[in-house]
Structures are given as structure tokens and as C-alpha cells.
Design a protein. Structure first.
Lengths: 114, 115
């Protein structure tokens, strides 16, 4: 059974550009969550999607957005990149919404903004 | 609101020694508790979780944790450290906040294992 797949693994972007990250959840999982991990702030929740709808959102500016497709694959987009957006972005999938099942994480996308 | 405190950003042990990583939480309702491990340039892998039932939970790689409600703690232990245990460990708590179980993570503890 394939795990959570995130692409690309590494990205280098310039300030002001935008970027799109992709996440394919485990087959059968319908909930996808996104996290930003930085040395200074640790793991911070970005948003959660279930059945193509954003169910929860963390405390991030509107430059951060996401979406989920009918096959549960998800993308997140960051516009007008800032140096502080450099981070490891982790995607996690779980079976369902409103459940205590654990999240399975992908390997992450390392974004560097220069 | 929920929060997680991991005492010690770094813990150093000798190979073969006891591993103890501390986690305290605050939650308005009985929470679900998790420990995850992260190896360099990797995602997080679940070590163990507590939802209900027995308060001593056994996980993978010889780790276990005990939920102590009176102390609001969920410390992670392993009787004998191995070099391969060197990694970052995250404690997480989730409760039904906002209708979902979005976990809140601690800041992490880096486990260093000396030969």
C-alpha cells in the first residue's frame, strides 16, 4: 500500500513568486491536512480538507491556500513568496474527518525562498 | 484550547541507557495523545497513540508511553536506547476542537544517542 506522496521534494523559489505543492494521500483516505515546519515555530497547522471542502484553517495569511480534488489529492499554493516561507511543508492523510484516527505523513516538500 | 509542552529540546543518552522524553498537555476535554518520530529530511511516523482504555500504550521500536490524567502527562520511554533511535520526537494532542481532531504538536525533542 503506497504511502502519502508529496511532490516535489525540493523547491527553490525567488521572493515574490508563487508555488504549488502537491499531495497524494493513501488510497482510501479522504482527509488531507497540511503543516508548515520551521526550526523557529515548529509544526504549525495550515488547513484540512475533506471531500473537496476546507474544514479547518490555521492562523496563516491569505497567501496560503489549498484545494482538494475529487480523488482526494490536494494541492497547496503560496503566492507572493516571502523569505519567511522557507520551510518543510508536510502533508498528512487520514481516513476521515471528525475521527481520532492517526495521520500518516508524507516526506514533505522542502521550500527555500531566496 | 489545547497545548503541548515537551520538556527539553535536546535529550542525550548513552547507547543502552533508558530513554525518557517528557510531554505535558493541557486540554479542555479528555484528549487523544500521540507520539511521532521524525528522521532527518523525512515526514513524521507514528510511534504510538492513546485514545481510550489501557493507559500504558506500547508502540513500535520498543517505545511505550503512559497516560497519567492526574499529571496531564504522556511521557515516552524506552528501556534501552539504540543508535538508530536518534531522531526528533514530537508529542501531539487532539480533542474535538472545532468539530475535528486537528492535532496540536509540541516543539519536539531531539534525542541524541552516544555510543
Amino acid at each position: 500500500k503506497a504511502g502519502v506522496t508529496q511532490t516535489p521534494r525540493y523547491l527553490i523559489k525567488t521572493r515574490g513568486q508563487q508555488v504549488t505543492l502537491s499531495c497524494s494521500p493513501i488510497s482510501g483516505h479522504r482527509s488531507v491536512s497540511w503543516y508548515q515546519q520551521t526550526p523557529g515555530q515548529g509544526l504549525q497547522f495550515l488547513f484540512e480538507y475533506f471531500s473537496e471542502t476546507q474544514r479547518n484553517k490555521g492562523n496563516f495569511p491569505g497567501r496560503f491556500s489549498g484545494r482538494q480534488f475529487s480523488n482526494s489529492r490536494s494541492e497547496m499554493n503560496v503566492s507572493t513568496l516571502e523569505l519567511g516561507d522557507s520551510a518543510l511543508y508536510l502533508c498528512a492523510s487520514s481516513l476521515g474527518y471528525r475521527s481520532a484516527t492517526e495521520a500518516f505523513f508524507g516526506q514533505g516538500t522542502r521550500l527555500t525562498v531566496v | 484550547a489545547q497545548s503541548v509542552t515537551q520538556l527539553g529540546s535536546h535529550v542525550s543518552v548513552s547507547e543502552g541507557a533508558l530513554v525518557l522524553l517528557r510531554c505535558n498537555y493541557s486540554s479542555s476535554v479528555p484528549p487523544y495523545l500521540f507520539w511521532y518520530v521524525q528522521y532527518p529530511n523525512q515526514g513524521l511516523q507514528l510511534l504510538l497513540k492513546y485514545t481510550t482504555g489501557a493507559t500504558l500504550v506500547k508502540g513500535i521500536n520498543g517505545f511505550e508511553a503512559e497516560f497519567k490524567k492526574s499529571e496531564t502527562s504522556f511521557h515516552l520511554t524506552k528501556p534501552s536506547a539504540h543508535m538508530s533511535d536518534a531522531a526528533e520526537y514530537f508529542c501531539a494532542v487532539s480533542d474535538r476542537s472545532g468539530g475535528s481532531y486537528i492535532p496540536t504538536f509540541g516543539r519536539g525533542t531531539s534525542l541524541i544517542v552516544h555510543p
